[in-house]
Design a binder for this molecule. Structure first.
Ligand code: 13P
Ligand code: ZN
Length: 331
């Protein structure tokens, strides 16, 4: 058993409580490869933003839990040296089962998400509660999910499309939180994973997020941290860059930046970003490869990819999350 505290990793509950009090959101950035991890840390150190480093269940399998633990510990050490704070939590994103969550708790994660959203309410609550009972023994935070957020990481990897959402029922959310004792709840309010997040209505207007659901959850659970998944903006400039350099991304539609920014000022205290990081990396990589057709050194595309991702994460911190400078108080 290796505690997150021994690795200098921050307590996610404390980061979200601060965000709840301060009216901002903590960015939760998913990483799948080394340059992405470095760019996340670069950006958050520069902006002094608290953040949650996220590894999906797939990434835990691809890299192996020992690498994730060591990479997170090295990141925490660098952050402490450069900022004097412990402002990085480590979270398992979309944990699939109890065993996976236990493995992460035992390997220095300060938070785990158990995604039982596809199960009937009682089964989801029972599974989530089992994870909470284990994780809380070690001070590890648990995120549950209620109301399905469409699209999975596997679909996302293949650029698949998935839209229609099953909105979270605020009354059920209240029962779920009370029964399970989770620390934060992922809700479905109109966002989705993947490249097509929302579709225009018959008049051609994009539907807004369901801020009424957020408000009702806040009324029932005052101060309780809510999590927003599937909220990448799919910025047109990166899509254009991808397509100008041999890509073929078509009919994509992200969540407008202003909607996510507005959500960050509500009871939403954690906002997950995966796809926008991938798109920034792809745009820079395709451009670098197109401009250097005879190159064989991977740094030809890794350097611009790291820079593009860092710029993207800084943009998220500054224009959406409102979290710049908030890491100074952490740990
Ligand atoms: P995006 O695909 O919109 O970035 O969502 C990421 C996410 O929810 C990871 O859990
Ligand atoms: Zn998600």
């Amino acid at each position: 058993m290796i505690s997150f505290r021994d690795l200098g990793i921050a307590d996610q509950r404390a980061l979200l409580q601060e965000a709840s009090r301060g009216g901002y959101a903590v960015p939760a950035f998913n990483f799948v490869f080394m340059e992405q991890l470095l760019s996340i840390v670069d950006a958050c150190i520069e902006r002094r933003s608290p953040f949650i480093l996220q590894s999906s269940s797939n990434t835990c399998k691809n890299l192996g839990i020992a690498y994730i633990r060591a990479l997170a510990a090295a990141s925490a050490e660098r952050i402490k040296q450069e900022t004097g704070s412990a402002m990085m939590a480590l979270n398992l994103d979309h944990g699939l089962n109890y065993e996976e969550c236990v493995q992460c708790v035992d390997n220095g994660f300060s938070a785990v998400m158990i995604d039982g959203s596809m199960l009937p309410f009682e089964e989801n609550a029972a599974l989530t509660k089992r994870v909470v009972d284990y994780a809380h023994r070690y001070g590890v935070a648990v995120e549950g999910e209620l109301g399905a957020i469409p699209g999975t990481e596997a679909e996302e990897e293949h650029g698949n499309v998935g839209v229609s959402s099953c909105y979270t029922d605020p009354a059920l959310a209240q029962s779920f939180v009370e029964e399970t004792k989770i620390d934060c709840l992922a809700v479905s309010i109109g966002t989705s994973h993947g490249l097509v997040k929302i579709r225009p209505d018959k008049n051609g207007n994009l539907p807004d997020l369901r801020f009424d659901i957020l408000a009702e959850i806040e009324r029932r659970l005052p101060g309780f941290p809510v999590v927003l998944h599937g909220s990448s903006c799919i910025y047109p400039e990166y899509v254009r860059m991808i397509n100008a350099n041999g890509g073929s991304l078509e009919c994509v539609q992200g969540i407008p930046e202003e909607s996510v920014r507005r959500a960050s000022r509500t009871n939403v205290c954690k906002i997950n970003v995966a796809s926008d990081g991938w798109i920034a990396a792809f745009a820079a990589t395709r451009k670098a490869l197109a401009e250097n057709t005879a190159a064989i050194d991977p740094r030809i595309f890794l350097r611009p990819a790291r820079k593009a991702m860092k710029d993207l994460y800084i943009r998220k911190i500054d224009t959406i999350m409102g979290s710049a400078g908030k890491g100074e108080q952490s740990g």
